[in-house]
Design a protein around this ligand. Structure first.
Ligand code: SAH
Length: 396
């Protein structure tokens, strides 16, 4: 059975063509799946009974399997999703006054092994499919709508790009949940959950297309952010294929330190990463790149390092987002003291860079940056290496 959550507009068009139907049926199908958020083709009442029957024989709308659903004291909500074979991934909903952001995972685990990240410590199992990525947005919207959550102050015509008009025959407007509530619960997506999104390029790009598609979620490119540890060739491809807002996990102002914190730097050093970030801006929906910088006590947080950083990126139109490091069991780092983070921020601001400090959300349910762990059946040797290393340390 085909899961329509796996298909972007081109895929849905091909499916509908295979069934011998007119192209506009693909748009109707997309509205039902991604806007009315149904999970059953028999509910698609503006399609003929014959078409519904045909669809029911080849299509099954399969959302994620939720194994845990937890809400933090600040309203941040985390879902643990079973993706089979002992793997589970997490997604996080972050409500704010004027927006609702979903932090989406792209892989079960991560192969990049950044020194300070809990997902990295777990090793890597596999890429998520397009349907598993889109399914996160589909499910979160459904769950939040069912709870009556409407997170934003955006006018509904922004949410429904046709101007809020019904997309189907017979004025089915009232059954579009976004219109019923006047607001979509999720207005922003950040590809900042588990995994390196650019290491799962094809599935992530297809999923981004669905997020942006006016017949699906209709999010603006500015409201979809992809965060990468710096896979340079894929940054260039994304610029051509599907430019969305870009965040780059910088974390260090020189190569030796970055080699240690973000090992992919050994393959794509700063001298390649920074020009790629500048090139990206030619097509990006925003005129700056966001550099994420995790604040690690005594590692990358001195005033000299802030100055070095400012000097390094002086040619790059950018903003900084400082992330207080979030602890997880077994990690060897400490979060920088607040005063040091403020000094670091001031140094960057004085050098002319807009610099914000990321608010830590959902701490009491381990939903903050770098705390997502899910469950990963590691297929790399990483867990074994880590266990051996700690056994050696204990022996010495
Ligand atoms: N692979 C992507 C997405 C990672 S998660 C990337 O590297 O950009 C988003 C951000 O959280 C990244 O900047 C990542 O470096 C950061 N992060 C990872 N672990 C963290 C932790 N324990 N505390 C704070 N931020 C962390």
């Amino acid at each position: 059975m085909i899961n329509p959550l796996d298909l972007d507009a081109t895929g849905l068009a091909a499916l509908v063509a295979d069934l011998g139907e007119k192209p506009f049926r693909a748009k109707q199908l997309s509205h039902w799946v991604h806007q009315r958020l149904v999970d059953d083709v028999t509910a698609m009442t503006d399609l003929s009974r014959a078409l519904r029957e045909k669809l029911a024989s080849v299509v099954e709308i399969r959302g994620p399997t939720v194994v845990r659903d937890t809400t933090a004291s600040d309203g941040t909500r985390k879902w643990l999703l079973d993706v089979g074979a002992g793997n589970a991934v997490e997604m996080v909903y972050i409500p704010e006054d004027d927006r609702g952001t979903l932090c989406v995972s792209s892989q079960a685990g991560c192969a990049l092994d950044c020194a300070f990240c809990s997902t990295g410590k777990q090793g890597f199992n596999r890429n998520l499919t397009t349907g598993e990525i889109v399914g996160q947005l589909w499910h979160a919207n459904r769950a939040l709508l069912a709870d009556g959550v409407s997170a934003t102050g955006r006018p509904e015509r922004e949410l429904l790009p046709s101007g809020g008009k019904a997309r189907s025959a017979k004025g089915a407007l009232a059954s579009v949940p976004w219109v019923d509530h006047g607001r979509a619960p999720i207005t922003n997506v950040v590809m900042m959950g588990m995994g390196e999104p650019l290491a799962n390029y094809d599935n992530v790009v297809a999923a981004l297309r669905v997020m942006l598609d006016d017949n699906a979620y209709g999010l603006s490119r500015r409201r979809v952010t992809l965060s990468t540890a710096g896979l340079v060739p894929a940054i260039d491809r994304l610029r051509e294929d599907c430019p969305v807002a870009l965040a780059v996990s910088l974390h260090a102002g020189n190569d030796p330190l970055r080699d240690r914190l973000v090992p992919i730097n050994r393959k794509y050093p700063l001298a390649e990463l920074l020009p790629a970030s500048v090139r990206y801006l030619a097509r990006a929906p925003r005129d700056f790149v966001t550099f994420e910088y995790v604040m690690l006590d005594g590692v990358n947080d001195s005033i000299e390092q802030a100055r070095e950083l400012a000097q390094l990126v002086r040619e790059v139109p950018c903003k900084f987002n400082l992330i207080p490091w979030n602890p997880f069991p077994g990690a060897d780092f400490q979060t920088s003291p607040r005063s040091r983070i403020l000094e670091f921020q001031k140094t960057l601001i004085d050098a002319g860079f807009v610099t914000t400090i990321r608010k830590t959300r959902g701490e009491d349910i381990d939903a903050a940056c770098g705390q997502l762990v899910g469950q990963v059946q590691d297929r790399t040797k990483r867990q074994i290496r880590i266990q051996r290393a700690s056994a050696n340390n204990a022996a010495h």
